[in-house]
Write a protein that binds this ligand. Structure first.
Ligand SMILES: Cc1cc2nc3c(=O)[nH]c(=O)nc-3n(C[C@H](O)[C@H](O)[C@H](O)COP(=O)(O)O)c2cc1C
Length: 459
């Protein structure tokens, strides 16, 4: 018997940020910043992602303003962020096949509320919900949630880990078969299959159970994007997918191998985690046109805005008085994202000047720029994928809807022609499409663990 091996396919996620991930992308003639707060705009973005048979669309978030330096405020479309779960709830009604991933911070949300909302979205979408677990980096978020300052890096990762554990415990609480809805016998649920959690940890105390039954995916997909040591270890222990960003293929390969080893060291199958790296595509009729368009967008970022963004990314360093054509100055430690800080230091080491770094960070944020024809872009994606740099890509269009439209209408068909991405959804749930199994409830797997919820403990 001949063994047929299925070709390894790339996974694609869209990451629509406002009217574009590029700080000046909203000024592109094909961007529609005026519609950012309308359902119609997001329905269009979701429909495009589904047309491209993307595994998922993921909504980035921050529950407060990133610091905005004075006069630069007027050009910041990232000041607008709709609540991802409310938005995805609405989009679940007009999409199918497409995974719906919400960014939710474990620093400023209680895990019971997170688990309940995600489980609701998983039910409403027939198993397409996902959670991008973030720990928040902006001080303004702290000020919006009753704190004078943000949690320290180590503490916020402790909370993240405990929060994920609580959510997974709550999602297991209702076993398959717990909802009987047996009208004839008058038995709505089987109490033996509904379990309390009784979690008492360092940061959270949660009795459980949830107020809704086990969702189609068992556990909504858990995604992580932290790049610090703590972030990577957390991902290795508990994530189903990881978003990352790398300027070079070699650094992405090293990251991929390191993370897969950490997953194995955590006692998990390395194939149980999907790693996706973010790109910012500018598909165009020719490579030169694509480069030109990318440069035009970069030129539209005032250098003060770039510096303001760089300062924010580094936890508030004041760059006034520094020479823009000079090297990146020595950076003090910061409480902001360590992954982003390392990327900036790396740019400095590669000889980029302060002004160039500021524009590059503001332009691409968490993604690698990639301009050119559909063939050029598809070649580059194939090269990284075949070299073992990733399991797929996060597509972060710099201007929207225009660049997402171009990607879906030109790059996706090129990748489909090469057999690198799907032409139709194979599965119903996000886990199905990612080739990840549906977790079994811990209580079904081992009934000796079952524990009655406090609400019906008798005597
Ligand atoms: C592709 C990508 C998307 C991200 N999206 C968000 C986001 O929407 N909100 C957020 O607060 N952080 C986001 N991040 C940042 C990380 O989730 C993480 O919280 C941050 O890097 C701090 O963790 P670290 O110190 O471990 O790097 C993103 C990172 C990447 C690479």
């Amino acid at each position: 018997m001949t063994k047929t091996t299925k070709p390894r396919r790339m996974h694609l996620f869209s990451m629509p940020m406002g009217a574009g991930g590029h700080l000046a992308g909203w000024r592109h003639p094909g961007a529609d910043a005026a519609s950012l707060m309308t359902l119609g705009y997001w329905q269009k973005i979701a429909a495009l992602s589904q047309q491209g048979c993307f595994d998922a669309m993921f909504i980035a978030d921050s529950q407060g303003f990133r610091p905005i330096a004075g006069a630069d405020a007027f050009s910041r479309t990232d000041a607008i962020r709709l609540d991802p779960l409310v938005l995805l709830g609405a989009l679940s009604a007009t999409t199918s096949g497409l995974g719906l991933i919400a960014t939710i911070s474990t620093s400023y949300n209680e895990p019971y509320a997170i688990a309940r909302r995600l489980s609701t979205l998983d039910h409403l979408s027939d198993g397409r919900a996902g959670w991008n677990v973030v720990t928040s980096t902006s001080e303004n978020e702290a000020h919006n949630f009753g704190r004078d300052s943000h949690f320290g890096h180590a503490e916020r990762y402790e909370r993240a880990e405990e929060s994920i554990a609580v959510c997974r415990g709550l999602w297991d609480g209702w076993e398959d078969g717990a909802v009987l809805a047996d009208a004839a016998r008058g038995q709505f649920l089987d109490p033996a299959r509904v379990n309390g959690l009784f979690h008492k940890g360092k940061h959270f105390s949660v009795a459980g159970p949830l107020t809704l039954g086990r969702s189609p995916q068992g556990h909504p997909l858990v995604v992580q994007a932290g790049a610090s040591e703590q972030g990577l270890d957390l991902a290795a222990r508990s994530a189903d997918a990881v978003f990352t960003s790398h300027p070079t293929m070699d650094s992405c390969i090293a990251f991929y191998n390191d993370l897969k080893q950490r997953v194995a060291a955590a006692g998990r199958d390395p194939d149980s985690l999907r790693i996706l790296t973010a790109i910012q595509p500018v598909p165009a009729g020719s490579d030169a046109e694509g480069q030109h368009e990318a440069e035009m967008m970069n030129d539209a970022i005032p250098v003060e805005l770039g510096l303001s963004y760089l300062s924010t990314a580094l936890g508030g360093i004041d760059f006034t008085g520094y020479d823009l054509d000079g090297p990146l100055p020595e950076l003090p430690p910061s409480n902001a994202s360590q992954g982003t800080r390392n990327r900036i230091i790396d740019m400095g080491k590669r000889g980029m000047k302060l002004g160039e770094i500021a524009i590059a960070i503001a332009a691409t944020r968490t993604s690698r720029p990639l301009a050119g024809t559909a063939t050029t872009i598809a070649d580059e994606l194939e090269k990284w994928f075949d070299a073992g740099a990733c399991d797929g890509f996060v597509i972060a269009p710099p201007a929207m809807p225009v660049m997402l439209e171009r990607f879906v209408e030109s790059v996706v068909p090129e990748l489909q022609k090469r057999g690198r991405v799907r032409t139709a959804y194979e599965g119903v749930t996000l886990r199905d499409n990612l080739g990840l199994p549906r977790p079994q409830s811990r209580y079904t797997a081992d009934p000796s663990l079952r524990q009655e919820p406090e609400i019906w403990q008798r005597g």
